[in-house]
Design a protein around this ligand. Structure first.
Ligand code: ASP
Length: 585
């Protein structure tokens, strides 16, 4: 038996018992006549003690020679600790060692295995298995497991069954590039790894399974924008005989359940906002509604004066930033420079200081008198002490810029509290999105999403105006998940493909199996998928999903620990009938 207890288990009630423990040497402290060893495992740390009075000389010497991260097994008696440590649960006791076996030695680790480590990100990723021994990483993985467990508990309680779908498939369009896998047995042919199980879960509905879920890996070959992973995990769901409202209810309840079980937080407000409202009020389809600073469109009151910049703008829009009217000239100039950075891209910013005495001081006093500015204050809801920030220009771009400013100011003012949660649904998304570069429309969600009833005709006349039965779950300014009511009619699906620029032949080649299935009694159905990595990170009050993934990839999509991707040898290439046409440097 390697152990009778874990390293996190022993308390004063165990005093006098003889125990066996196994674990890693976190630290040894050698005071000459006495040696202490901190023994660590997943469950905690227990202090071991050996001294000249009570331990034989050979054993004491053995303890002195233990290196960091040696794996050892000890036997000893639990005794009361002279100087107690209130910071750890085992801090009242220690184990007086009578036997010690080194189970495995360890090289000196390349960084310290402590909560605060001296190892940089790259080094920790290369030795991720050592990083996982550290509490912050280990606790995140335990947290993730708990969230996944609660998801399974809730969904099975609601009658969902978990079904696995294949990884070696054909392209499922979710808007990214596919990872492809060459087939040896089918020369010159390739599988695609699923960007999501979308078509399979729809086929499961045709198969009559009624309520499906799966915690599943998805693969998308995208340029890795900040905090994305090429393989990530979804909580993927689909239901038959449902309308949008049925789905929103189930997953609203799942979200509430998780916040309660995992964070102990009761949510009573779960608003629904249309996409159009989200864009006009927050300039963003995933608004953080934990704080105000709602947009106020000022065209009607700010245009038609002498200020040319506003007069020529499609949109003039402002927010009232609470309590920063006293910003110095230097701070205000810095803020203007912030919005003018290329990442944000504003041409400039007009501001109005709402003074405590009720007067206003603005950068455009030449064009607007106190009465004008009072109207701006009223529209933005600004109070004395607030700063009104106004941007103008092309409507879409200006909204995006002001949204970035709103989030920045909220961060600076500490309004984005990690332990405060404000979920909402954003509904009625546009069905199609114009690709500015190609001038073509593509599906905003995916090509299987159904337009709102009665809007089909608009597809020919004003495709950008068609709204979809599509929805996103947003939490604290992050898109946690999204889904839609699907098309279940073969002809409507064919029409949709046509509008997305597929020829009938292309549609058949790529999605013939789905259209075929729709001819055999496909029920009305819909569903959604949550991003598990992001959900876990937010519930865990942290920013980066990498911290909640055991073996993540870096920003170049590499696993630096196993050193992948890697070349394959010629024999393997030949077997796959592949020839490389690249200059290997
Ligand atoms: N397959 C979709 C996605 O990955 C989710 C859904 O529509 O259910 O975003």
């Amino acid at each position: 038996m390697y152990r009778s207890h874990s390293c996190g288990e022993l308390r004063e009630s165990h005093i006098g018992q003889t125990v066996t423990l196994s674990g890693w040497v976190a630290k040894t402290r050698d005071k000459g006549f006495v040696v202490w060893v901190d023994l660590r495992d997943r469950y905690g740390i227990t202090q071991l003690v050996l001294d000249e009075d009570r331990t034989n000389a050979e054993l004491l010497e053995q303890a002195r020679n233990l290196g960091r991260e040696f794996v050892i097994q000890i036997k000893g008696e639990v005794i009361e600790r002279a100087s107690k440590n209130a910071n750890i649960p085992t801090g009242n006791i220690e184990v007086l060692v009578s036997e010690l076996t080194v189970l495995n030695e360890s090289k000196t680790p390349p960084f310290t295995i402590e909560n605060e480590t001296d190892g940089g990100e790259d080094l920790r990723m290369k030795y991720r298995y050592l990083d996982i021994r550290r509490n912050p990483v280990k606790n995140n993985l335990i947290f993730r497991s708990k969230v996944a467990m609660e998801v399974r508990k809730f969904l099975s309680g609601e009658g969902f069954i978990e079904v696995e779908t294949p990884y070696l498939i054909k392209s499922t369009p979710e808007g990214a590039r596919d990872f492809v896998v060459p087939s040896r047995m089918n020369e010159g042919q390739f599988y695609a790894l699923p960007q999501s199980p979308q078509t399979f879960k729809q086929l499961l509905m045709v198969g009559g399974l009624d309520k499906y879920f799966q915690i599943v890996k998805c693969f998308r070959d995208e340029d890795l924008r900040a905090d994305r992973q090429p393989e990530f995990t979804q909580i993927d769901c689909e239901m038959a005989f449902v309308e949008q409202e049925d789905i929103l209810n189930v997953f609203e309840n799942l979200t509430k359940y998780l916040l309660k079980e995992v964070n102990g937080v009761e949510i009573d407000s779960f608003p629904r906002m249309t996409y159009d409202d989200a864009m006009t009020k927050y300039g963003n389809d995933k608004p953080d509604i934990r704080f105000g600073m709602e947009f106020a469109e000022l065209n009607a009151i700010a245009q038609h004066k002498e200020f040319g910049v506003f007069n020529s703008a499609e949109l003039v829009v402002g927010i009232a930033v609470p309590g920063v009217a006293e910003y110095t000239r230097k701070e205000l100039d810095a803020l203007i420079n912030w919005v003018k950075r290329p990442q944000i891209g504003a041409n400039g910013m007009v501001y109005v200081k709402c003074n405590e005495d009720g007067s206003f001081k603005s950068t455009v006093d030449k064009f607007y008198d106190q009465d004008d500015l009072a109207k701006w204050a009223e529209a933005t809801g600004a109070k004395p002490g607030d700063l009104i920030c106004v941007l103008s220009g092309d409507a879409n771009k200006t909204r995006t810029q002001l949204s970035a400013l709103r989030m920045e100011m909220a961060t600076r003012l500490g309004l984005r509290k990690p332990n405060e949660f404000a979920p909402l649904w954003v509904v009625d998304f546009p069905l199609l999105e114009l690709d500015e570069e190609t001038g073509h429309y593509h599906a905003m969600h995916h090509p299987f999403t159904s337009p709102k009833p009665g809007q089909l005709e608009l597809l020919d006349t004003d495709p950008g105006a068609v709204r979809a039965n599509a929805y996103d779950l947003v939490l604290n300014g992050n898109e946690i998940g999204g889904g839609s009511i699907r098309i279940h009619d073969k002809d409507m699906q064919a029409t949709m493909f046509k509008h997305l620029g597929f020829t009938p032949e292309e549609a058949k080649a790529q999605f013939g199996f789905l259209m075929e299935a729709f001819q055999y009694g496909a029920p009305p159905h819909g569903g959604l998928a949550f991003g598990l990595d992001r959900l876990v990170a937010i519930l865990g009050g942290q920013e980066t999903i990498r911290d909640f993934i055991a073996f993540p990839k870096n920003n170049s999509g590499r696993d630096v620990m196993i050193d992948a991707p890697a070349p394959i040898d010629n024999a393997q290439l030949k077997e796959l009938s592949l020839k490389l046409d690249i200059d290997l440097k």
